[in-house]
Design a binder for this molecule. Structure first.
Ligand code: PMV
Length: 343
């Protein structure tokens, strides 16, 4: 076989209903819902050749050979084998870079695993002489790299995890949820307030693992599934108030779960709390429909409708910059999901 190559970009996503707790193999304990972002992306090229050596994966991050990422990608490729039986017969050079600064403390696993999965799906097409990209296959392979990555495939909004009341929802891959988006939620914005540039104090794998013995986990999985339906109703009806209430409740629940695990983790910094208080005050005073959400770390995501962009940017500059590490804020918004890059 000649050398084949594929080149894709994939975005990060921000969960509104959080996935926290899983079973083998990357099966979520509850359904989750996320907005797909536009500017926080990974661009990944994979070059694939017949295998000659024992070691079949090398990774180049931002142009430099990077051994640290190899084990995670090797594990992903092993899990993908039942879907792409040829995968062990080839060797792969993975060249990847992120649009967001390395020092921003933003987890890149969703975007990078999704971009890798898209490249593999494209290589599969090249081998089988097929044209159409199979988004479900990309999402399923991305999930095997990092659970939340499976939601990054689809534009704007995606749902992952089987839910008895959401048709087509399933545990293997995410589904497109654009049919739930009222005009009010189109082009929604997410300004990411960078509080710390440190690596996460607890890995996602360890965090998910803590849910096994967390005394509140059963109630949590049930309430997440109930929140999914409430959130989808809010999105469908253009109902900002319910959206805000559910989104903030989910963010605080994620952190409360970490605080009530053994061992326990406090993922906030003092600045995260200061920012949250300012957001609540500003919303009370101005009635602007903005709200916060959080990942498993101290950075705060500020979500708001696009027509409030100028006003909210002004608020960030005047009130929130002071709490951000190096005044760093990444302005993002809903985006297109996975896309091929012309070579
Ligand atoms: O995809 P993972 O295993 O890194 O888990 C991510 C979990 C959260 O980002 C905290 C929530 C989510 O649903 O994205």
């Amino acid at each position: 076989m000649n050398t084949l190559q594929a080149y894709f970009k994939a975005p990060s996503n921000i969960a509104l209903i959080k996935y926290w707790g899983k079973r083998e193999i990357q099966i979520p304990e509850n359904t989750s819902i996320s907005f797909t972002l536009k500017n926080c992306v990974s661009k990944t090229k994979i070059i694939c050749k017949n295998r000659n050596a024992d070691k079949n994966i090398s990774v180049f991050f931002e142009g430099k050979n990077n051994e640290k990422f190899v084990p995670k990608i090797e594990k992903m490729f092993q899990l993908i084998k039942p879907l792409l039986p040829w995968i062990n017969d080839y060797e792969f050079e993975v060249h990847t870079e992120n649009s967001f600064p390395h020092s921003s403390g933003i987890a890149s696993s969703a975007s990078s695993m999704c971009a890798i999965a898209a490249c593999l799906a494209d290589l599969n097409n090249q081998m089988l002489k097929k044209n159409e990209l199979n988004l479900n296959l990309i999402s399923e392979m991305a999930r095997l790299g990092s659970g939340s990555a499976c939601r990054s495939v689809f534009p704007n909004i995606a749902i992952w995890g089987k839910h008895s009341k959401i048709p087509f929802s399933n545990d293997n891959y995410a589904i497109d949820a654009n049919n739930f988006l009222h005009e009010n939620f189109k082009n929604y914005c997410d300004s990411i307030l960078i509080v710390s540039n440190k690596e996460k104090s607890v890995s996602s794998t360890a965090g998910h693992g803590l849910m096994k013995n967390n005394p509140f986990s059963k109630v949590r999985f049930q309430s997440a599934n109930e929140n999914c339906i409430l959130l989808l109703n809010a999105l469908k009806n253009g109902d900002y108030n319910s959206f805000i209430e559910i989104t903030e409740h989910e963010a605080l629940t994620l952190h409360a779960l970490m605080m009530t695990s053994t061992p326990s983790f406090m993922l906030f910094e003092a600045e995260s709390i200061a920012i949250i208080k300012k957001i609540l005050e500003y919303r009370n005073e101005t009635k602007t429909p903005l709200c916060f959400t959080l990942d498993a770390g101290p950075n705060v995501h500020l979500l708001y409708p696009k027509n409030y962009k100028e006003k909210v940017h002004e608020f960030i500059k005047n009130e929130l910059f002071q709490f951000c590490y190096n005044n760093e804020v990444i302005h993002d918004e809903m985006g297109n999901g996975v896309e091929a890059i012309q070579q």
